[in-house]
Design a protein around this ligand. Sequence first.
Ligand code: PGA
Length: 251
Amino acid sequence: MIKLFAANWKMHKTQAEARQTVEDLLRLSAVDLPVGREVLVIPPFTALSATAAGLAGAERYHLGAQNFYPADHGAFTGEVSPAMIRDAGASFALTGHSERRHVLGESDSFVGQKTSFGLAAGLKVILCVGEKIEEREASKLAEVLTRQISLGLADVPKNIAPETLSVAYEPVWAIGTGLVAGPAEILEAHALVRALLEDVFGSVAREMRILYGGSVKPDNASEIIALDNVDGVLVGGASLKADDFSRIVLA
Ligand code: PGA
């Protein structure tokens, strides 16, 4: 499976900063990017076009959006449709990121609506899941992942092409905290995600990517990416500097 190295820039970077960062990233990583890897840059909406321009023509470097609204168009002030995202040059999008769930209040079922709508609209979707620290401490990992995945995928057709759907396991307590899940925790959660995907899609689920996210850094990326059922990483803080993120994609 081709491993995906995704940079989630969250609410950071102007257009000029975004373009400079991807140009630096290409200069630092494009020639040496190992076979079997691809890169995804996920800037804020306002920098999608500038990032697309910076990535133009770079094979194996893709553009994604952090969010979208599940409708083609309409009276949804402040929202952006999948078609608008594609028009800006993006082919991927996130759904269910922990900050959308826990800061912006998105429910499991709304995340599910977005996931199926985005896929139907031709986006490659990365559904993000993960437990809060209190859920982990109460031994609710399996319960949380089962709920987020079953509601997140409730309306997704069973016959979708496996490369169009990925799941990112991001324990909430590891996002932006410097606390990274240990290998045993990542192995356990990713095996669980794989089994849940197989329950929904059958054996084709073995071809769907499962990414790990949460305080991935240049010095822990190679260990994480080598683990079973880890088909990529979703990187926040350490993706903002081209130097750090290039060390991750080359790790
Ligand atoms: P982090 O963020 O790498 O800064 O922990 C990951 C994410 O939120 O996707």
